[in-house]
Design a protein around this ligand. Structure first.
Ligand code: UT7
Length: 333
């Protein structure tokens, strides 16, 4: 009865690189502001008619290849996204079709920036309960089609990128290597601090002309940036402490911290609050922006490619986002 392990990961970046200077051609912003406030230098956007399930399928095939598996070896699909291909059906179902996997359960995990860690927790629970043997967990987002690329939307639009990351998750044969603990949190009273109000089931016909033409259209994401920033730092640090304490470890035992990529300054502030060395923190937001549910699997992929993530490492994953929701996972790689 081994622990649940991430057997392999894959990633897919959208095909178009968009620099800060490119955005400065669309709105009043500049490279210096974006880099100083967020650390972001560029992000990827899709070209056209590509959904998160398309990006997810590429990432999933890569993860399967790396594990020497076929799509048919998967017996459950989970898809973390805040930008699903359609309101219905789930992006997990669209992905299932793209991969040609017949009759297995497929469901979306709509937990925004913490979607991958919520999904990982569900996968771990399914596997440890003996319900499924091998779960494909994908985080995939296409933000660029839903952002306001005018000066009105600049606070949010410059931060986000499109991409997907995938993980093949199964039970290992080791009781010490794999997922050691998972910790999920949510507090819905902060819902309007970071939200996308429309398209909404509360509105007649879901989308009204006024929603599109108003001066402050609810069809674009809204964020109280500083408020979210402060909570992100506090809650992420708390969740990391919670994860190491649950395993009888201290923060200094962590070999690699893989945080959500919302803002490089958030991750630096978390490291400082924990007196944790920044060189042990994986950050790739500089090149990718915030890809929400895709950030952590992409960061794991990048850390493996760079040789920073190695067998036996004690790894802490942490994320914070809309809801507010926040989560951490401690694992031995
Ligand atoms: O993944 C989900 C979780 N998300 C987060 O954790 C994000 C958390 N928040 C943040 O990362 C930061 O709050 C931001 C990067 C979004 C913004 O940085 P900030 O230092 O909090 O700036 P601010 O929103 O307080 O804005 C400062 C100024 C404002 O101008 P005034 O009112 O001081 O004249 C903004 O209008 O910067 C202006 N501004 C911009 N200027 C140039 C806002 N966005 C931009 C922009 N370019 N893109």
């Amino acid at each position: 009865m081994g622990l649940t392990r991430i057997r392999s990961v894959g990633r897919c970046l959208a095909d178009k690189i968009v620099t800060n200077d490119d955005l400065a051609g669309l709105m009043e912003t500049d490279d210096e502001w974006i880099q100083q406030r967020s650390g972001i230098q560029q992000r990827h956007h899709i070209s056209e008619n590509t959904g998160p399930a398309d990006l997810g399928a590429v990432a999933a095939r890569q993860a399967l290849d790396r594990a020497g598996l076929e799509p048919g070896d998967i017996d459950c699909i989970l898809f973390g996204t805040l930008s699903p291909d359609y309101d219905m059906p789930a992006s997990a179902c669209v992905l299932q079709d793209r991969l040609g996997i017949p009759d297995v359960p497929a469901m979306d995990v709509r937990n925004q920036c913490t979607g991958f860690l919520y999904g990982l927790t569900v996968a771990d629970a399914f596997i440890q309960a003996g319900r499924y043997e091998r779960v494909l967990l994908v985080g995939g987002e296409v933000h660029s089609t839903g952002l306001d690329f005018t000066t009105r939307g600049r606070q949010v639009a410059v931060l986000f990128g499109d991409g997907a990351g995938a993980a093949v998750i199964e039970r290992g044969d080791d009781d010490e290597r794999g997922i050691l603990s998972t910790h999920l949190h949510s507090d819905g009273k902060f819902a309007d601090k970071l939200w996308l109000e429309a398209v909404s089931a509360r509105a007649p016909h879901r989308l009204t002309e006024e929603m599109i033409t108003s001066d402050d259209p609810p069809i674009f994401p809204k964020m109280q940036g500083r408020y979210v920033f402060k909570h992100a730092v506090t809650r992420s640090a708390e969740a990391i402490r919670e994860a190491v304490a649950a395993g009888g470890y201290s923060v200094s035992d962590i070999d690699l911290l893989v945080p959500h990529q919302a803002n490089l300054r958030i991750n630096q502030a978390v490291a400082m609050a924990l007196e944790f060395p920044e060189e042990k923190v994986v950050n790739n937001i500089q090149k990718l922006g915030n890809t929400t549910a895709a950030t952590i699997p992409i960061a794991l992929y990048d850390a493996l490619e760079d040789g920073r993530l190695n067998e036996g490492d004690l790894v802490c994953l942490v994320a914070f986002g809309a809801g507010f929701t926040w989560a951490s996972v401690l694992l031995r790689w």
